[in-house]
Design a binder for this molecule. Structure first.
Ligand SMILES: O=C[C@H](O)COP(=O)(O)O
Length: 247
């Protein structure tokens, strides 16, 4: 049975003063039925982990493929784990685009992250042009093939489907379009990992808000959400957590 996951990606937002939002979220949802995860910027991971004391999960937004070494500015999976993180987002489209992060690099990072005991959340998704020319499933298939780690299990891997055109835009695919991709990803997971593929959680991400979350959570093979903007305020993210719990 897959435990649902509400994951918040703060991206490059958040100062120490914003840790109060995490406190408010926990106060409003002290014993959530679903797993709740906040991925703040690196600078807040340790403080957030100390604050939550295991009541919700804390994650990173990226890590280096190596464990340590002469990589100025790099943050390793081992460092994230040491700081109290349990998850790490990898291959977000904002990194694939801005940092030219390839499937091969996401594969290396996710393999290391899982070896270090983190849960890897691998992001995939098509551009609007790719959707318009009917290439969505081909793009997802190729990203999955290139990015998946060597060593995944149902417990250590999460896939987030984030259509690039839906991120931060206020636009979302239709429920049928989300279902098509999620059903496809489930089949791909089972093809690659056998029965374990049934345990891998599949998140939808891209303009998830309190107003559309409940509908999105009705879609088959949607096991939760990866939320950007609406995860910054406890009131908004709490409403999404509540919608997931009710689904
Ligand atoms: O990682 C989160 C996604 O990029 C979604 O961001 P958004 O909810 O602001 O559209």
């Amino acid at each position: 049975m897959r435990r649902k996951l509400a994951a918040g990606n703060w991206k490059m937002n958040g100062l120490r003063a914003n840790l109060g939002e995490i406190e408010a979220l926990i106060a409003a949802h002290p014993a959530p039925e679903c797993e709740v995860l906040i991925c703040p910027p690196y600078t807040l991971v340790s403080a957030a982990a100390d604050l939550v004391k295991g009541r919700i999960a804390i994650g990173g937004q990226n890590c280096h493929p190596q464990i340590s070494g002469a990589y100025t500015g790099g943050i390793s999976a081992r460092m994230l784990k040491d700081a109290g993180a349990s998850h790490v987002i990898l291959g977000h489209s904002e990194r694939r685009a801005d940092r030219f992060e390839s499937d091969e690099l996401v594969h290396a990072k996710s393999t290391t992250a899982i070896s270090e005991g983190l849960i890897a959340i691998i992001c995939v998704g098509e551009t609007e042009r790719e959707r318009d020319r009917g290439a969505t499933l081909d793009v997802i298939s190729s990203q999955l093939k290139g990015s998946l780690p060597l060593n995944a299990s149902g417990a250590s891997l999460v896939i987030a489907y984030e259509p690039i055109w839906a991120i931060g835009s206020g636009r979302t695919p239709t429920l049928e379009q989300i279902a098509e991709v999620h059903d496809f990803m489930r089949a791909e997971m089972v093809k690659k990992f056998g029965d374990d593929g049934e345990e891998i959680r599949l998140l939808y991400g891209g303009s998830v808000k309190p107003s559309n979350a409940a509908d999105i959570f009705t879609v088959s093979n949607v096991d939760g959400a990866l939320v950007g903007g609406a995860s910054l305020l406890a009131s908004d993210f709490g409403a999404i957590v509540a919608a997931l719990e009710a689904s």
